[in-house]
Write a protein that binds this ligand. Structure first.
Ligand SMILES: *[C@@H]1O[C@H](CO)[C@@H](O)[C@H](O)[C@H]1NC(C)=O
Ligand SMILES: *[C@@H]1O[C@H](CO)[C@@H](O)[C@H](O)[C@H]1NC(C)=O
Ligand SMILES: *[C@@H]1O[C@H](CO)[C@@H](O)[C@H](O)[C@H]1NC(C)=O
Ligand SMILES: *[C@@H]1O[C@H](CO)[C@@H](O)[C@H](O)[C@H]1NC(C)=O
Length: 296
């Protein structure tokens, strides 16, 4: 009985696909110096790779030359020979070029840098926030449903969605993080993406085995909005990878979405601990790591 159980567990283990979680990364403590620098927004290198636990500790890890508004993502300032935490507000920026969109600050018609209010408060040159477009002489809030043709249905209607033309000829918002399973009303967009397939009026994820003759796409495939699977190419067909042995020193860390790392005995191996990107204090800058918006 336990023999069968062991065999069963063995089969489960060996047929398990290799999946990577885009929302998590190897614990900083497991990384070497160059990997640590790749995740510099969540890890910092001292003599080992350490987790950045607070904005204050992120700032203190920066040298004077990096302790700038831009390089610290508007979180730190150099004061009294130290890089310390600073909370910037739009009011801190007195000129149009300084007025940073990173903090959703916009230069309004009164010549002030302030938090975004409404599209109508901006002139033509400052009307480029997602959701606003300069149309017929005014900075206008976009409403997808107001567009009657595929050609006009092309703007963003918010910071998180595009207007896209549906199969039943309507202009509707599509999330910037839309993935294959969100594209059932968008046949063309579904078919246009190598990772998706359109069948029986449904858009779904392709499996590795469904990647045909496209060597470059037989690498990793999304299986949900937050996970991808490793594929393996044998020269003629693409299949689910059984292990990570085809990953190399130069691609192990990135292709695995920072879930695996190159070990000292030259193998690409899963990290012992994965940590959520969301746990980082510098959450505002995290989207840099995500490649989820692969549809639009
Ligand atoms: C511009 O921003 C300032 C400061 O917040 C505010 O007092 C003013 O009403 C704004 N002007 C417009 C046109 O929104
Ligand atoms: C908006 O326009 C300014 C000036 O043309 C440009 O520097 C900036 O990158 C643009 N911002 C966005 C979000 O497109
Ligand atoms: C760290 O690991 C990477 C592979 O992920 C390797 O290319 C690099 O040489 C290593 N760096 C150091 C400083 O050991
Ligand atoms: C995320 O943070 C919470 C609370 O700070 C902590 O309990 C949890 O263990 C952290 N998760 C990871 C994966 O580090």
């Amino acid at each position: 009985m336990s023999k069968f159980l062991l065999l069963f567990i063995f089969i489960l283990a060996t047929t398990q696909a290799i999946t990577f979680d885009l929302t998590r990364h190897c614990a900083c403590e497991e990384l070497n110096e160059s990997e640590c620098h790749r995740l510099y927004q969540v890890c910092k290198w001292t003599t080992t790779c350490e987790t950045i636990l607070s904005i204050a500790s992120f700032c203190s890890s920066l040298q004077e030359s990096s302790c700038t508004k831009l390089e610290s993502y508007y979180q730190c300032v150099w004061e009294n020979k130290a890089c310390v935490e600073k909370t910037y507000t739009c009011d801190d920026f007195k000129t149009n070029p300084e007025c940073t969109h990173e903090l959703d600050c916009w230069w309004n018609k009164s010549g002030k840098c302030a938090s975004f209010t409404s599209c109508v408060d901006y002139d033509e040159s400052n009307c480029n926030r997602s959701g606003c477009e300069y149309i017929s002489g005014a900075c206008t809030q976009i409403t997808c449903s107001s567009f009657q043709s595929d050609q006009d249905c092309k703007y963003m209607d918010s910071q998180h969605s595009f207007c896209r033309w549906t199969d039943d000829n309507k202009c509707q918002p599509l999330s910037t993080t839309a993935t294959c399973t969100d594209l059932s009303s968008y046949k063309f967009k579904c078919e246009d993406n190598f990772a998706c397939k359109y069948e029986s009026n449904q858009c779904s994820f392709r499996t590795c085995a469904e990647i045909i003759g496209k060597y470059n796409n037989c690498r990793t495939l999304p299986i949900s909005g937050t996970e991808k699977i490793l594929c393996s190419w044998d020269g003629t067909t693409c299949a689910d990878a059984e292990d990570a042995s085809e990953l190399t020193e130069s691609n192990c860390f990135e292709w695995s979405a920072y879930n695996y790392r190159w070990t000292s005995d030259n193998k690409c191996e899963a990290c012992d601990t994965l940590v959520s990107f969301g746990n980082s204090t510098s959450a505002a800058i995290i989207p840099v790591f995500f490649a989820i918006a692969f549809i639009t």
